[in-house]
Design a protein around this ligand. Structure first.
Ligand SMILES: [Zn+2]
Length: 130
């Protein structure tokens, strides 16, 4: 039996799948629900700049081998998004404490939102000038 695909209201599989062309889609159900809840709270469109990634694409984009974007050896639990009000998105993510990786790359203009189980309950939040 294959796992049923979880579909959430504001994100399509096309937006979330690996962008290398392999079309791999393997996200943790918990992560997608958390992401959708975040989208309901913020009430502005979130544009996906990087969703889940196969091992090769993750390496190519400079992701660490342990990246929560990687979806070939495990279910992905991270996304990079951009929107019209990045300050609001960052502040809301910090306030909600639903993701435990919140990294705002201010020059590249995207925010990484992730749930890394290995990190336990501690929240890593940072604004990086990259
Ligand atoms: Zn791929």
């Amino acid at each position: 039996m294959s796992n049923p695909i979880v579909v959430v209201e504001n994100f399509t599989i096309n937006e979330l799948m690996c962008k290398c062309g392999c079309k791999r889609f393997n996200y943790s159900r918990e992560f997608l629900i958390t992401l959708q809840n975040f989208r309901y709270s913020i009430r502005v469109p979130l544009i996906v700049t990087s969703g889940c990634r196969c091992v090769a694409h993750n390496k190519k984009t400079g992701g660490k081998s342990t990246s929560c974007h990687e979806c070939e050896t495990k279910q992905a639990s991270a996304i990079d998004i951009t929107c019209q009000d990045m300050g609001k998105a960052f502040a809301l993510a910090e306030k909600q404490e639903c993701f435990n990786e919140i990294i705002w790359y201010t020059k590249s203009n995207f925010i990484h939102l992730g749930i890394d189980k290995k990190q336990g309950s501690s929240i890593y939040s940072e604004k990086i000038n990259l």
